[in-house]
Design a protein around this ligand. Structure first.
Ligand code: A3P
Length: 333
């Protein structure tokens, strides 16, 4: 089996070598000839990925993941609050077996509790065995909706999509890629990463196409796609958490409301509580040559933090670009 998996992954590897490489695609940058992090992205059906394991994993997932109608997929572009949404969904779905004081979230990073198809499950060069996982399976992905195979689209699984103001998403992204450490560390200038972002060349980018794919899916199929925003989660946590629970078909009862179950979940999943857990202060996620420090997932969590990093001209450029790309689709930021 191991050999068979190795053959499968080798095929993807070879395919990846034929895909457009960002190094040739991007214009020269100010400080270096290219931001280090974006140097080796590959373009797959119009979206940019890190090839070594993310794209391998995405390709393997496309071909081998067999969804169930009961699956719940947390779908996001990077840096929009994925970690938070994973924690909220996990805590809510498992609240009977794991009340907050016994939650797995106290000892495991949310990205372990809710594994990603392309990073964790299919990114390890071995096809995972997911049939024994009891329903409902709670999984996640950054894979754009446009890249979903038709078998996924028709499976009837539920999608919770989260997005965020693009300027805050970008600022969070820039901090993140300079903070994660693997074999290399990055010191990419804000200007360089910004120029790359405007070209759509960043993890799972272009951002506008990522958002549009899921937005359109939510219009076509509102029962199966819940479209949420980070800002709404921040401003109306109770309302959004209730909605999330209903959508996952485990609504909070009146009794639970009276007992303060929602407060407990929101409190356990708050940025302050999560960041202070030992596992999130000192641990690593994704056992791979490319590992992330858990503390890189927790920064400020502020709406509008972009004003501290982008000039008005940069903000205007990104706003205009998003407006132009999302023109007439009923979605704005
Ligand atoms: P900032 O960099 O703006 O602070 P992702 O989880 O998709 O990687 O997104 C990370 C962003 O979500 C970071 O934003 C991070 O601080 C914020 N975040 C992480 N955990 C959070 C939580 N429990 N509550 C609110 N925001 C959170």
């Amino acid at each position: 089996e191991e050999e068979q998996d190795e053959r499968i992954y080798k095929t993807y590897e070879q395919l990846i070598l034929t895909l457009p490489d960002s190094t040739k695609y991007l214009p020269p940058f100010s400080s270096s000839s290219m931001t280090k992090f974006h140097q080796h992205l590959r373009c797959y059906h119009g979206f940019w990925f890190r090839p070594e394991f993310v794209l391998l994993g995405a390709m393997a997932a496309q071909d081998h993941f067999v969804p169930r109608s009961s699956d719940i997929l947390i779908c996001t572009p990077p840096k929009v609050g994925t970690t938070w949404l994973k924690a909220l969904a996990f805590a809510t779905l498992n609240r009977n077996d794991q009340p907050c004081r016994q939650s797995l979230l106290l000892s495991h990073n949310p990205h372990i509790c809710v594994p990603s198809l392309e990073y964790n499950l299919y990114g390890e060069r071995r096809l995972p065995e997911l049939t024994a996982v009891p329903s409902p399976r709670l999984l996640s992905t950054h894979i754009p909706y446009q890249l979903f195979p038709s078998s996924w689209v028709s499976s009837g699984f539920k999608i919770v999509y989260l997005c965020r103001n693009p300027k805050d998403t970008f600022v969070s992204y820039w901090h993140f890629i300079n903070k994660i450490t693997g074999e290399e560390s990055y010191h990419d200038s804000l200007d360089d990463v910004f120029n790359s972002f405007l070209k759509g060349v960043h993890l799972a980018g272009p951002l506008w196409d990522h958002v549009l794919g899921y937005w359109n899916a939510s219009l076509v199929n509102p029962h199966n796609v819940l479209f949420m925003r980070y800002e709404e989660l921040k401003s109306d946590p109770f309302v959004r958490l209730r909605r999330l629970a209903e959508f996952m078909q485990c609504p909070f009862s009146e009794e639970e409301e009276r007992q303060g179950v929602l407060e407990k979940i929101l409190d356990m999943c708050s940025l302050e509580s999560m960041r202070n857990l030992d596992v999130n202060k000192n641990g690593h996620t994704i056992k791979h040559s490319f590992k992330f420090k858990n503390d890189a997932f927790f920064r400020k969590g502020k709406v509008g933090d972009w004003v501290n990093f982008l000039t008005p001209e940069m903000a205007e450029r990104l706003d205009q670009l998003m407006e132009q790309k999302l023109h007439n689709c009923g979605l704005s930021f």
